[in-house]
Design a protein around this ligand. Structure first.
Ligand SMILES: O=C(O)C1=C[C@@H](OP(=O)(O)O)[C@@H](O)[C@H](O)C1
Ligand SMILES: C=C(OP(=O)(O)O)C(=O)O
Length: 449
């Protein structure tokens, strides 16, 4: 299938969006890296925890919450809907939020930016409001799929005036049973489940269609709901039942973002060095945990130090040889790792095939088209398939790597730049979606700061 070249973004234009930045010369590694990289909180856990805290029966705390554009947009959305969120301690990368829920109020305008977690998790909350709530986002956000979750909200009692951003929701929602096709995004399911305990009838969501991607993210939703006392039945495949009832206020600590570990761990492989990420949870629903197997499959040595079981986490250390093996992998469950794996594949000694990720065409950009275009622009040999990518070894050269306002495209460009002199990443500041400290952390890892 020929790659359609996605339009390189000139930068989002809605309020709160970062301004386009000058091209960033991706540093080429001078030798094997040797670094310990501490990652800020998970975007996915942060934005779920904030929603649950805002819907709880009393004040609670979300500790070590991520500070980033997606998290800021979630905070602003929940405040606009009536919750009070106050910082009770902060560092550059994280914040402890004291969250005091309030009645969900209408009349708000929500900016979803380009955040899937905001555009899919907040509308079901807004459907609890006593008046209309409108949503919009970045230009590309208007292209991200929303139909199934908006149809779902309609079936549960809300009125919605469009099938994509921008739209306005009129509650109140009563809940009940709904069947949707969630093959385009697991967030359709997660969004409906997160607020469901507050619907009079709770919710039963049934999926009908091709397989739902990113199942670990649905497990994350279910586990986090159970942790706040919500009864969830997920015993039948593709059916989730949330009972109506109170959401308990809690004091919750956010895990480090394991998906954002990907480019740093990849750097160990590309440079034949070693990178350690402390605080790696022994048990987690984060899809980034799959990096342990994926990077092993590409030739790395991976060790998770479980010597202190009491803490529930340990040091994850990845060491590379400088030689990367190609991989044949189905990434349906862990699609957000694809840009990093594709970057490694572009530097590998043998061909790679990535399967199961057709839904990435609806991510921050059409990631399959974007990866093919940008790898090939640097002289590589990448090709789109129906549900993924084929990447064959070919020497790369320097050039401009477009990010398409996609944080994971930007970091994929940085990974390639480690091995290929002269790579420049367009709009590196888009990493602020989930990791505003990226360039400083990258320089620190390389010892150039
Ligand atoms: O629920 C979540 O926090 C997420 C679910 C996944 O979405 P899709 O199922 O749309 O891939 C993932 O890719 C995204 O980065 C975060
Ligand atoms: C797909 C992603 O984000 P979003 O939450 O905006 O869907 C991602 O972070 O890779």
């Amino acid at each position: 299938m020929p790659a359609t070249e996605p339009t390189p973004a000139s930068g989002p234009t809605t309020a709160g969006a970062p301004a386009p930045a000058a091209h960033w010369p991706a540093p080429t590694a001078k030798g094997p890296v040797s670094a310990s990289v501490t990652l800020p909180g998970s975007k996915s856990v942060t934005n779920r925890a904030l929603v649950l805290a805002a819907l709880a029966g009393g004040p609670g705390t979300v500790r070590r919450a991520l500070r980033s554009r997606d998290a800021d947009l979630m905070v602003a959305a929940l405040r606009a809907l009536g919750a009070r969120l106050e910082p009770a301690g902060e560092t550059a990368a994280s914040v402890d939020w004291q969250v005091t829920p309030g009645p969900i109020r209408g009349g708000a305008s929500i900016d979803a930016g380009l955040a899937g977690t905001v555009m899919r998790f907040v509308p079901p909350v807004a459907a609890l409001a006593d008046g209309p709530v409108s949503f919009d986002g970045d230009p590309h956000a208007r292209k991200r799929p929303m139909g199934p979750i908006l149809d779902g909200l309609r079936a549960l009692g809300a009125r919605v005036d469009n099938d994509a951003l921008p739209f306005t929701i009129h509650g109140p929602i009563t809940g009940g049973e709904v069947t949707i096709d969630a093959s385009g995004s697991s967030q359709f399911v997660s969004g409906l489940l997160l607020a469901a305990a507050r619907f009079d009838k709770g919710v039963t969501v049934r999926h009908s269609g091709p397989p739902v991607p990113s199942q670990p993210h649905i497990e994350m939703t279910v586990q986090m709901l159970r942790a706040v006392g919500v009864r969830v039945d997920d015993g039948e495949p593709d059916v989730w039942r949330v009972e109506p009832g109170p959401i308990a206020p809690r004091d919750l600590t956010v895990e480090p973002d394991l998906s954002n570990a990907a480019p740093f761990l990849a750097a160990a492989m590309v440079t034949g060095g070693t990178v350690t990420v402390p605080g790696w949870p022994h048990q987690t629903t984060q899809p980034g945990d799959a990096l342990r197997d994926l990077l092993t499959g590409m030739g790395a040595t991976v060790r998770l130090d479980t010597s202190d079981p009491a803490s529930g986490c340990g040091d994850l250390t990845v060491s590379g040889t400088g030689r990367i093996e190609g991989i044949d992998a189905d990434l349906r469950e862990v699609g957000e790792l694809t840009p990093t794996i594709a970057a490694l594949a572009a530097l590998a000694a043998s061909p790679s095939r990535i399967r199961g990720v057709a839904h990435l065409r609806g991510h921050e950009t059409d990631r399959l088209a974007a990866l093919v275009t940008e790898i090939n622009r640097l002289g590589g040999d990448a090709e789109e398939t129906d549900d993924g990518l084929v990447v064959r070894p070919r020497p790369l050269h320097g050039g401009l790597f477009h990010s398409y306002d996609d944080h994971r495209m930007a970091t994929a460009g940085a990974v390639i730049g480690l091995a290929v002199p002269g790579v420049e990443v367009e709009n590196i500041s888009t990493t602020g979606k989930t990791l505003p400290e990226f360039t400083g952390m990258w320089a620190a890892m390389l010892g150039t700061r």
